[in-house]
Design a binder for this molecule. Sequence first.
Ligand code: 2P0
Length: 322
Amino acid sequence: MTRATGVAHPNIALVKYWEKRDERLILPVAGSLSLTLDAYPTTTTVELDETLDADTFTLNGAAGDETQTGRVTRFLDLVRELAETDTRAHVSSSSDVPTGAGLASSAAGFAALAVSAAAAFGLDLDAPALSRLARRGSGSASRSIVSGYAVWHAGDDEASFAEGVTGPDTRMVVVTVDRSTKAVSSREAMKRTALTSPYHDAWASSTAEILEVALEACRDDDYTRLGRITELHALRMHAHIQSADPPIRYLRAASIAVFDDVERLRAEGIECYATADAGPNVVVLTLPGDAAAVAERLAVHGTTTVVGPGPAASLVSAGAER
Ligand code: 2P0
């Protein structure tokens, strides 16, 4: 038996990934930029077992449902193809992401699975190859392979991976305003926007343009420019999502109230910028010295947690013993 354990952290996008140009290969319509976090790790162990007929999957000690296990198996099929084997595996995963905290669990989940499965199946993959592999599980997982700021390149299968870039030193304040499960998954919502939004082409071309400006801001260590882009691009993404038919609205009244307060904080001289993913919770980009004050001020809207830049996905252990 061969087993390996890997760990990965979630990431928050500053320039968002929304919509695929290839569903099977998970190729995005445009590149994106994110910050991998130092909180909420997912740890995953993959153990090969030649006696198994089907993969098994447990999450936090409980058997995964059919959808989760199916997604893990489809991902392992890609790894088996690369390793030229049909051996099945036990996969067990534990995650610290609080339910409904607004942090995508699939990014850390598939990054940790990519690292552990590649090692368990004896593949020697470098970081770009691991990122390409993680991408096939969930697009945003390509970015959780990388530490800190990560740019995920659009392009064909070979070229579409994430790599690290340097950028301003920041913190993020996660404001959890609503813990309920979202009505439409981001995968479904992406499909619906791509099929029905009249803004599709403008979204793709403007995202590619704004990514270049964001990368320039990172190179210049320009926090203000990066922050402005972060908030602008989040609101553009939500405008785009709301333009689907039938419309999808992820932001709630409480989410808008956080955006309002972030604007007030800026007027008072605390430079912070809001973003939100496919859900109601808001993440606020701040300078390290302002994070505690921003968290305190926004606590009226929900639970606030300060997080910082985090490490690359990594292998915790690997070996042949049981
Ligand atoms: C992002 N999101 O850039 C954007 C912003 C949500 C809003 O990446 O279908 O779970 O598995 O590739 O990666 C969520 O999408 O979607 C996401 P799939 P994924 O973080």
